[in-house]
Design a protein around this ligand. Structure first.
Ligand code: KIV
Ligand code: ZN
Length: 512
C-alpha cells in the first residue's frame, strides 16, 4: 500500500470561503480536532495576510502536537520571514511558498516574465530553506501552465531545497484523465522529481476536485491537499472525508492508504460546519444527513436483511452512531455526563454544571434530546462567553397585528434595549438588533432548517451579515425559530467584533 499524506488546508484555503471569519479560539479548536483526525499536515494560515492570521498560526504552532504545521507565503522575503516568525515554535514546521507559473497569471496578475518567475521561485525556496528544514513549493495555476516551463521550475526549486512540490488545479479546470496524464508527464520530465514529494491541490469549480485528486494519486501523487466538507475559495477544495473514504473503501483499486482516524470524520465535519457556519448539504457524500438514509422500501428491506446490499461504508466507521439512548427531561446528570463523554466531550466541574443547566432548560421545551441537540448545546455554551449576549426577546405577531420585537442585549455588563416593527417577526427582531448595533450590519443571507427530525425539532438558523462590506456568517439554534434567528445574528455580530470589522454600539445604555 502506498501512503498518501493528507495536507489539510481548512484553516487557510477553507477560511477563504466567502463569509467565513474564524477567530483564533475557533481555529485552535479546529486544529486540535484535525490533529485527532490524524491529518499529516495542518495549513494553519497565511501569516502576512493579517495580524489575526499571524496570531492564529503562532498559537497553533505552539500548542498543536502531532501533525506538521504549515504556513503560506508568497515568494517574497517579507512573506516568508513572517510565515517563519509565526511557525518557528512548532515541533514540525513547514513553510509553504508559492508563485503562479501559467502564462495567464504571469502576464496579467504578476506582470513578470518566465525568467523572473523562475528566479523568484528559486530565491523564495532557498530563503525558506535557510530558515526551515521542511519547505513546500506550489506552482499556482499549474494545471494551466506550460508543461516544460513548469518542469523547469520544479527541477530548480527541488535543487534549491523544496521537499514537497505542489501541483494546484487552482481554478478547477482539469479533468481526471488529463490531470493524471499531467502528473505522469511531470514525473517523466523533471529529472530530480524523486527527491521531492508530489502533492496536488484541486479546486471544485467543475465538481471534479476529489476525482482529480484521486486520479493524481493513481498517477503517483503522494500528498493531497484538501479541506473538511470541501469548503474553500469559490466552489471549494477537494473534501477530505470523500478522499479518505474513497481510498479506504476502494483500497483494492487505489492500493493506497492514509493515516486518518476515520471515526473522527463526522465529528470533524460537524465542528467545522458549526464554527464556519457553512452548512453541509443533505445529500453530501459521506457526511451529509442523507448519506446513510434509505428512503425506498426495496432499499430499506435490503439493508435490514444485509446492510451491505445498499451501504458501501458502515456509518460507524466515520463516527456516526445511531441513537441508542435518547435523553429527556427526566435524564439525570450522570446519564447526561455519560452521553457527552461518549460524544467525545470531557465535561467536568463548572463547565458540566453550565451545560447541564442548558440541557435541562432545553428538555423543558423539547421532549427528546438527540445527538444533534447535544452538539448544538455545546456550541451555545461556548457562545455564552461572547461579548454581546441576548438578555431577553419579546415578539408579537399574527395575522391582524403589526409584527413587533423588543430585544435586550447585555454588552460588557450594560443592558441595551430597543423595539422595532417589521414585515414579519424575524424582520422586526433584526431591525431591533440593527438599532442596538448602530445599524452596522446588513443581512444578506438567511437560512433555516430543523437540526433533527420530529415535530419538536430545534430550528437552526444561518445568517450572513455584512459589516463594513465584509460578510460574516452566524449560526443559532433554539426550539423557537425567532430566538434562533436572533442568536444567529448575534453570533455573526460577536464574530465581527472579534475580528475587528465592527465596533460596539454607541446606543444609549438603558440600565447599568
Ligand atoms: O489554489 C491554489 O493554487 C492555492 C495555492 C496557494 C496552493 O491555494
Ligand atoms: Zn487553493
Amino acid at each position: 500500500m502506498q501512503k498518501v499524506y493528507i495536507f489539510d488546508t481548512t484553516l487557510r484555503d477553507g477560511e477563504q470561503s466567502p463569509g467565513v471569519a474564524l477567530n483564533t479560539a475557533e481555529k485552535l479548536e479546529i486544529a486540535a480536532q484535525l490533529a485527532s483526525l490524524g491529518v499529516d499536515v495542518i495549513e494553519a494560515g497565511f501569516p502576512i495576510a493579517s495580524e489575526g492570521d499571524f496570531n492564529a498560526v503562532q498559537q497553533i504552532a505552539r500548542t498543536i502536537q502531532g501533525p506538521i504545521i504549515s504556513a503560506l507565503a508568497r515568494t517574497s522575503k517579507s512573506d516568508i520571514a513572517r510565515a517563519w516568525e509565526a511557525l518557528k515554535d512548532a515541533k514540525r514546521p513547514r513553510i509553504h511558498t508559492f508563485i503562479a507559473t501559467s502564462e495567464i497569471h504571469m502576464q496579467h496578475k504578476l506582470r513578470k516574465t518566465r525568467e523572473e518567475v523562475l528566479a523568484a521561485a528559486v530565491e523564495g525556496v532557498a530563503y525558506a530553506k535557510s530558515l526551515c528544514p521542511d519547505v513546500e513549493f506550489s506552482a499556482e495555476d499549474a494545471s494551466r501552465s506550460d508543461l516544460d516551463f513548469l518542469c523547469l521550475v520544479l527541477e530548480r526549486v527541488i535543487d534549491a531545497g523544496a521537499n514537497v512540490v505542489n501541483i494546484p488545479d487552482t481554478v478547477g479546470y482539469a479533468n481526471p484523465d488529463e490531470f493524471a496524464e499531467f502528473i505522469r508527464a511531470i514525473r517523466a520530465k523533471t529529472p530530480n522529481i524523486a527527491k521531492a514529494i508530489i502533492s496536488v491541490h484541486c479546486h471544485n469549480d467543475l465538481g471534479l476536485a476529489v476525482a482529480n485528486s484521486l486520479a493524481a494519486i493513481r498517477a503517483g501523487a503522494q500528498q493531497v491537499e484538501c479541506t473538511v466538507n470541501g469548503i474553500g475559495e469559490r466552489a471549494g477544495n477537494a473534501a477530505v472525508e470523500e478522499l479518505v473514504m474513497a481510498l479506504y473503501t476502494r483500497a483494492n483499486y487505489y492500493q493506497a492508504e492514509t493515516s486518518i482516524v476515520t471515526h473522527e470524520i463526522y465529528r470533524t465535519s460537524t465542528l467545522v460546519s458549526r464554527l464556519t457556519g457553512m452548512f453541509v448539504q443533505q445529500n453530501k457524500a459521506v457526511v451529509g444527513k442523507n448519506a446513510f438514509a434509505h428512503e425506498s422500501g426495496i432499499h430499506q428491506d435490503g439493508v435490514l436483511k444485509e446492510r451491505t446490499t445498499y451501504e458501501i461504508m458502515n456509518p460507524k466507521l466515520i463516527g456516526i452512531e445511531t441513537e441508542s439512548i435518547v435523553l429527556g427531561k427526566h435524564s439525570g446528570r450522570h446519564a447526561f455526563h455519560d452521553r457527552m463523554t461518549a460524544l467525545g466531550y470531557s465535561l467536568e466541574g463548572q463547565e458540566l454544571d453550565a451545560v447541564f443547566f442548558l440541557f435541562k432548560a432545553l428538555a423543558d421545551r423539547k421532549k427528546d434530546i438527540t445527538t444533534a441537540d447535544l452538539i448544538a448545546l455545546m456550541e451555545e455554551e461556548k457562545k455564552a462567553k461572547a461579548l454581546c449576549l441576548l438578555e431577553f426577546l419579546q415578539v408579537t405577531s399574527g395575522t391582524r397585528t403589526v409584527p413587533t420585537a423588543t430585544i435586550g442585549l447585555r454588552i460588557n455588563g450594560n443592558l441595551y434595549e430597543e423595539a422595532a416593527v417589521g414585515d414579519g417577526p424575524v424582520d422586526a427582531a433584526f431591525k431591533a438588533l440593527e438599532k442596538i448595533t448602530s445599524g452596522g450590519g446588513v443581512l444578506t443571507n438567511y437560512l433555516i432548517e430543523a437540526i433533527s427530525g420530529g415535530m419538536d425539532a430545534q430550528g437552526a438558523v444561518t445568517v450572513t451579515v455584512e459589516f463594513n462590506h465584509r460578510a460574516v456568517i452566524g449560526y443559532g439554534v433554539s426550539p423557537d425559530i425567532i430566538e434562533a434567528s436572533v442568536k444567529a445574528y448575534l453570533h455573526a455580530y460577536n464574530r465581527a467584533l472579534d475580528v475587528g470589522i465592527t465596533t460596539l454600539p454607541l446606543a444609549k445604555v438603558q440600565e447599568a
